[in-house]
Structure formats: structure tokens, C-alpha cells
Design a protein around this ligand. Structure first.
Ligand SMILES: Cc1cc2nc3c(=O)[nH]c(=O)nc-3n(C[C@H](O)[C@H](O)[C@H](O)COP(=O)(O)OP(=O)(O)OC[C@H]3O[C@@H](n4cnc5c(N)ncnc54)[C@H](O)[C@@H]3O)c2cc1C
Length: 413
């Protein structure tokens, strides 16, 4: 029996009002308890509005299916490029100015729709494009920045290794000098966009042990990428496990501005705040869904929303959301003034991913059993937050960075 036939059967069998109503949970409530977004400039709002229209018209109608099937909707990557939503605030010749606030709002809005699509921006714009923009030669920038920004080429950033995640500073991939270039050998894990036929920025140890960045086309001989399967999070974007076996990289593909591990760290630092904005987007979606469900779901003869405990829970989410919004907006203002410190970026990521996780869990529970159904939005966000809680420095790693600044003592090792 098809599902349509099954639901018709259900209605015929139970005609006396015992059929569960269809809940409408997708309205945009735009919670802004502290009026954080009241003064967003027209130029920033134009980016935000474009991101919202893209999510409403092109992401939400299809994404649940891609997520369930663990398929990568590459056409959405291309559309992000066509709509100029991929750049993460990076200046690229021929493109209009995109402020850091606009980049944050785009990250938030896209993740409010879906975390996998939000992660496309983090990987392609935040990490790959930024590596070339900040560390590339004029020729490399001329070759790659436009196509990556437009979504015509795909970009990946390969730092993490199977045996070096939080301690990626200990990476073991090597680059050995040979005539005309270098041979790369090693393994990389969790590399977003690493198996879709684009270019990967590979971080490897060269002569004397210093870490450099290398632009490696994914069709290079010896570049063997396997898409990681069985993920319970971000199922609509692919990460790869990559083996590099004597991959030849011409000297022209070495990023001249990437000479130490600190250069990789600089790129990661710039994207940390973007992840915090994404967390706000996830939390907003969960909060919006919970408020709408509480108003529509009847138990004990009244809406859930009429219960004091439910109101307290909604108030808590509301308050937590305001905290997150204030934090990302203030940190972005500091970033725009050029004074954001690494510890402040860590504080934003720590606070927002941690708080979003709490809001998603609270909202999931508020929907009862319906909270675990993918169709009701929250379960996908709840699962996706697990990845942003971990990538770009885990919650614990951010806490250790903050703790070191408080105490003056490094507790990493
Ligand atoms: C979906 C996804 C996408 C990703 N995309 C990319 C990508 O595109 N490119 C890329 O290079 N990497 C990527 N990563 C890798 C990501 O950055 C790492 O997963 C992350 O840095 C954590 O490393 P790990 O998973 O090896 O965990 P581990 O480092 O093994 O950590 C395991 C646990 O130990 C804790 N821990 C670690 N060190 C300490 C310590 N000193 N003290 C106390 N606790 C500690 C951690 O907080 C964590 O809870 C991605 C990961 C995921 C899950």
C-alpha cells in the first residue's frame, strides 16, 4: 500500500476527529528579542534576503530527501555561487563588496534552512577560497578565486588526518621536493568536498618540517578519495577519507603565503565565527518549530503553550537565542574593526554551538515523538549540530583556548 493510500485508509477508519492534525511548523518567526538585527544595513540585508529566498524556494522543498538518502545536492552548491552566497565575505575581483556582517547573516540563514548546505559555504568559501585568497600567488588567485566563488569549481581544505584531529599541528603528511615540484604522501580524513572532482588545499610537511599548503586537483594520479558513509550528521554533504600516494604537485601549485602551521590556523580562525553564526541559524529553526508546535499541539484539552512549564522552556530558548545573537553580532563588529582576538572567536564558537545543542535538544523533546520525525525539521538540525560542535575545533578545544587565556596555563598536553 502506498503512503497516500495508507493515509486515506486511516481517515476512513477513524472519521470521528481522532486523526492527528497536520502541524504547520515552517513559518519564519524571526525571533530577535534584543533587536540585534534592527539596524542591519540595506546592503547586508540584501544578502540576507537573497539567502532566505534561496532557502525557501530551492533548499527546503528538496533537502530532507537528499539528507535521508545521503546524497550531495551539488546543484545547490552551484546555485549558491550563482547567487553570490558562497564567498563568506572574502573580497574577490569582479564581485561586489560583501561585509563580514553580510557573511554572518548568510551563514545563519542558510543553516537555519539546512546544515549540510551551510557547511558547503564553510568548506568552499570559508576554508578553500580563503586559503587561496590569503595565501595564494597572484596567478593562483586569478585562476581559482572567480570559479570557486561562482561555484563553477569545487574546493576542499585538507588538514585533519586519521590520527591527528584536535592535534592537527602534529600532521604527518609529507611533501618531498622532486624536479619541478613535490610528491605528497599521507592520509587525510573528514575532508568536505574532497571526493567530488574539485581542487583540494592539502596541508603537508615540507623540507625541515615546516607546514605548507598545496593546491591539488582531485584527478591527480595517486589522489584516492573515498566518500565517508554512514554519517548520522550533515548527510547532504560529503566528506572524504583521502590517501595521497606519491601525488605530484608542480611548484606553481604551492601556496606561497602558507609557510607554517600558523597560516593554516589563520584560515581556520577566520571561519570560527562563521560556525558560530551557523549555530544561531540551527537554534533559530529549532526555536521557531517549538513555538509553533506548542501553539498547535493539544494535550489535556489545551494547547501545550498554555502550560507554565512549556512557557518557561520557550522563555529559556528565547533568552539563549538572544545571547547567541548578541554574541555573534558584537564579535562581528569587532572583526569588522579588525580587533577580534582568537580567544573571542573561540568564545563565540564555544558559546553558540554549545547553546544551539541545548536549544535543539529542548525543542526536540517539546515535540514529543514528533520531534524525531525528519519531516518536522528539528531532528535534522539536532543531528547536524553534532558536526559543527566538533569541526573547526571541538567544544573542548575552544574551552582549552579560553581557559589558557584566563589562567595563563596551557592544558592541552
Ligand atoms: C562533519 C565533519 C566535517 C569536517 N570537515 C573537515 C574539513 O573539511 N577539513 C578538515 O581538515 N577537517 C574537517 N573535519 C575534521 C574536524 O576538524 C575534526 O573532527 C576535529 O578537529 C576533531 O578531531 P577528531 O575528530 O579527530 O577528534 P579528537 O581530536 O580525537 O577528539 C576526540 C575528543 O577528545 C577531546 N580532546 C581532544 N584533545 C583534547 C585535550 N587536549 N584535552 C581534552 N580533551 C581533548 C575532543 O574535544 C573530543 O571530545 C571535519 C569533521 C567533521 C565531523
Amino acid at each position: 500500500m502506498t503512503s497516500t493510500a495508507a493515509s486515506t485508509q486511516l481517515h476512513q477508519d477513524f472519521p470521528f476527529g481522532t486523526v492527528e492534525p497536520e502541524y504547520v511548523l515552517s513559518e519564519a518567526l524571526d525571533p530577535d528579542p534584543a533587536s540585534v538585527f534592527t539596524n542591519v544595513s540595506d546592503a547586508d540585508r540584501a544578502y540576507w534576503d537573497r539567502a532566505r529566498a534561496f532557502v525557501q524556494d530551492e533548499v527546503l522543498p528538496v533537502i530532507a530527501g537528499y539528507w535521508e538518502r545521503a546524497e550531495y545536492p551539488l546543484h545547490l552548491l552551484k546555485r549558491l555561487g550563482e547567487l553570490d552566497l558562497l564567498r563568506d565575505g572574502i573580497d574577490v575581483d569582479g564581485f561586489p563588496a560583501m561585509s563580514k556582517m553580510a557573511a554572518g547573516l548568510v551563514n545563519m540563514e542558510i543553516s537555519r534552512g539546512d546544515g549540510s548546505v551551510g557547511t558547503i559555504i564553510a568548506v568552499q568559501g570559508g576554508l578553500a577560497l580563503r586559503s587561496v585568497a590569503e595565501c595564494g600567488s597572484d596567478e593562483q588567485r586569478a585562476r581559482w578565486l572567480g570559479p570557486l566563488s561562482r561555484g563553477e569549481d569545487y574546493g576542499a581544505f585538507a588538514l585533519t588526518e586519521p590520527t591527528h584531529g584536535s592535534d592537527s599541528v602534529a600532521l604527518e603528511t609529507t611533501a618531498t621536493a622532486v624536479e619541478g615540484g613535490f610528491l605528497l604522501n599521507g592520509e587525510k580524513k573528514w575532508i568536505g568536498n574532497g571526493s567530488i572532482g574539485g581542487v583540494t588545499v592539502v596541508w603537508a610537511r615540507g623540507e625541515g618540517g615546516a607546514v605548507h599548503g598545496y593546491l591539488v586537483p582531485q584527478d591527480s594520479p595517486g589522489y584516492v578519495a573515498t566518500t565517508i558513509e554512514g554519517k548520522a550528521s550533515l548527510r547532504a554533504i560529503w566528506q572524504a577519507h583521502i590517501r595521497l600516494e606519491n601525488v605530484f604537485v608542480p611548484a606553481a601549485n604551492v601556496l606561497p603565503g602558507a609557510r607554517t602551521f600558523k597560516d593554516a590556523g589563520r584560515v581556520l580562525l577566520a571561519t570560527r565565527l562563521g560556525v558560530a553564526w551557523s549555530a544561531v541559524g540551527h537554534a533559530t529553526a529549532c526555536y521557531e518549530t517549538a513555538v509553533q508546535y506548542a501553539a498547535q499541539r493539544q494535550q489535556f484539552g489545551r494547547p501545550l503553550a498554555a502550560s507554565q512549564i512549556i512557557q518557561e522552556r520557550l522563555a529559556r530558548m528565547h533568552s539563549e537565542l538572544a545571547t547567541m545573537q548578541l554574541m555573534v553580532a558584537q564579535m562581528t563588529r569587532l572583526d569588522e574593526e579588525g580587533v577580534l582576538t582568537p580567544v573571542q572567536a573561540s568564545l563565540a564558537k564555544y558559546t553558540c554551538t554549545r547553546t544551539a545543542r541545548g536549544i535543539a535538544s529542548n525543542a526536540r523533546d517539546l515535540l514529543g515523538g514528533n520531534g524525531i520525525l525528519l519531516q518536522n525539521r528539528i531532528a535534522r538540525h539536532l543531528a547536524d549540530i553534532e558536526a559543527i560542535h566538533t569541526y573547526e575545533g571541538t567544544e573542548t578545544v575552544q574551552a582549552l583556548i579560553i581557559g589558557r587565556s584566563i589562567t595563563g596555563i596551557s592544558a592541552f598536553a
